[in-house]
Write a protein that binds this ligand. Structure first.
Ligand SMILES: [Zn+2]
Length: 485
């Protein structure tokens, strides 16, 4: 469905060229951020870290499958931004990637990158448990553990950085690619050396993450509980979850976080309905069929006496997707009456209407919601998709252009933009959107080719061709970063 087969990106070449980004000489950063005086900045400036992270993210995106669910992405982003507000993180230019894997994993990478597997939703039973993992990852970023890792072993900086980043890709891609596995094993020695230092980093991320969890209003006991869950997982499964490769959970680690949590008051939040609804979406996604999921959600609904809206929500979605529209409508009517302001519930009704070809009532519902939240990403994407079904390509193009302004680093959006522009007959715009997509997905050659096509189409329109040339310069700049090693 994508323009490129993501799995074929030459990881090895990219990883080696990434080293270049680490090796960009100091003072070469064009943004000239003031030095903050901390010693880690003398090894790698914040701007270098940022550039390295973005280059690496493009590579990651080229080699793993991602979840393209706007509600889920929107939840992860707003959840982590809320946590960041009360954290020590200065540079809040965060970028997110949600990975299509049922394995439990989450990671942070230099330059403000936060990755979350679908599997974290499956395993973290409450929002506070989910938040405890996110708070831990944010602490790796706020304490600049990557830059400090480099400082710790300067002479080893290249294999170390490559090893750290390679191991994340290895884990994220499920370890299935023999090429990546081979590369990672050559880095095993570097990882081994790095282990002692990283244990200190892990302790620090636990301590700071726990305080952040509390400050963000969650019950700090969720962190030791999450660790215990991880320890049980590793005890009872043949292959331990990916997260444990980088985050070994020892009894002392559990005890340490339990002691520290015990010193804090436990009056914080534990859960939210919205988190449980996002979990239901992920559970449905990884279930073998919507029919089976419907059975499971119905059983859950029957068991529960008290809070059951999330099971009802999962059931409604499963019913829609297994073709039981009337039954879905009954469940959604209950949810809409109880939770009229819940966007996930409203969008489920839009999905139901859409599945019955009731496009006008669905659009009217979205417009009503967009009056209150005009920039809401899941609402806008749903509207663009409905307009496409009504063959209103110009209308859809207006919406997707708005989304591209709001989320200009999201490859899913640029992919949608290029499709919509194609249907609207805007061929020049297709090439521009594809170029943005390829830049974000780590394929600079294809991006450059798309820009050349766009330039031909632009003819003698000076404004548009100078805009395209500026993007070609940006492609060249990124290529230079990768090549300068
Ligand atoms: Zn960690």
């Amino acid at each position: 469905m994508r323009f490129i087969n993501a799995a074929r990106t030459p990881i090895r070449a990219l990883l080696f060229s990434l080293i270049a980004a680490v090796a960009v000489p100091l003072g070469a950063n064009e943004f000239n951020l003031p030095s903050l005086g901390d010693t880690s900045s003398s090894i790698m400036s914040r701007e270098q870290e940022y550039q390295l992270g973005r280059a690496w993210l493009a590579m990651l995106r080229g080699s793993v499958r991602t979840l393209e669910d706007p509600l889920l992405k929107d939840y992860v982003e707003s959840h982590v931004f809320t946590l960041a507000e009360t954290s020590q993180l200065d540079d809040r230019r965060l970028t997110f990637v949600t990975i299509d894997s049922p394995q439990l994993n989450a990671f942070a990478a230099p330059g403000g990158i936060i990755g979350v597997n679908g599997g974290l939703f499956l395993h973290a039973q409450t929002e506070a448990e989910f938040a405890s993992v996110m708070a831990h990852e944010l602490a790796h970023l706020s304490q600049r553990h990557f830059a400090r890792g480099l400082q710790h072993q300067q002479q080893n900086r290249i294999p170390l950085m490559t090893a750290m980043l390679a191991s994340i890709i290895l884990a994220a891609s499920g370890g299935g690619d023999a090429g990546i596995a081979a590369l990672a094993s050559t880095q095993a020695a570097a990882i081994q050396e790095q282990r002692r230092f990283s244990r200190q980093n892990e302790q620090e991320a636990d301590r700071i993450g726990l305080l952040n969890l509390k400050q963000a209003g969650y019950d700090p006991h969720a962190m030791p509980e999450m660790f215990e869950r991880l320890a049980r997982l590793s005890r009872f499964s043949r292959t331990p979850p990916e997260f444990l490769l980088t985050h070994p959970v020892s009894q002392s680690r559990i005890a340490d976080s339990r002691n520290r949590a015990g010193q804090l008051s436990n009056d914080g939040r534990r859960d939210s309905l919205y988190y449980q609804m996002m979990r239901a979406r992920v559970q449905l996604f990884y279930e073998d069929s919507p029919g089976l999921a419907a059975q499971r959600f119905r059983a859950l609904l029957d068991q529960h006496e008290g809070e059951h809206a999330a099971a009802r929500y999962g059931l409604a979605l499963a019913l829609i997707r297994s073709g039981q529209q009337a039954a879905a409508g009954e469940q959604l009517a209950v949810l809409l009456a109880e939770h009229p302001d819940n966007i996930a519930v409203q969008l489920a009704q839009v999905e139901l209407d859409g599945s019955q070809n009731r496009l006008d009532p669905a659009l009217a519902r979205l417009d009503e919601l967009l009056r209150i939240q005009p920039d809401n990403y899941p609402l806008l994407e749903a509207k663009a998709n409905l307009l496409l079904r009504k063959q209103d390509y110009r209308g859809a193009e207006k919406i997707t252009d708005q989304l591209a302004r709001l989320r200009n680093e999201d490859p899913d959006i640029w992919y949608l933009v290029s499709e919509v522009r194609g249907l609207a007959g805007n061929i020049l715009g297709v090439h521009q959107a594809r170029a943005e997509y390829f830049m974000l997905a780590g394929d600079l050659d294809q991006a450059d080719q798309q820009l050349d096509q766009a330039l031909k189409r632009a003819g003698d329109n000076f404004v548009i061709s100078s805009r395209i040339k500026a993007r070609k310069d940006e492609v060249a700049r990124r290529r230079e970063i990768l090549r300068s090693f």
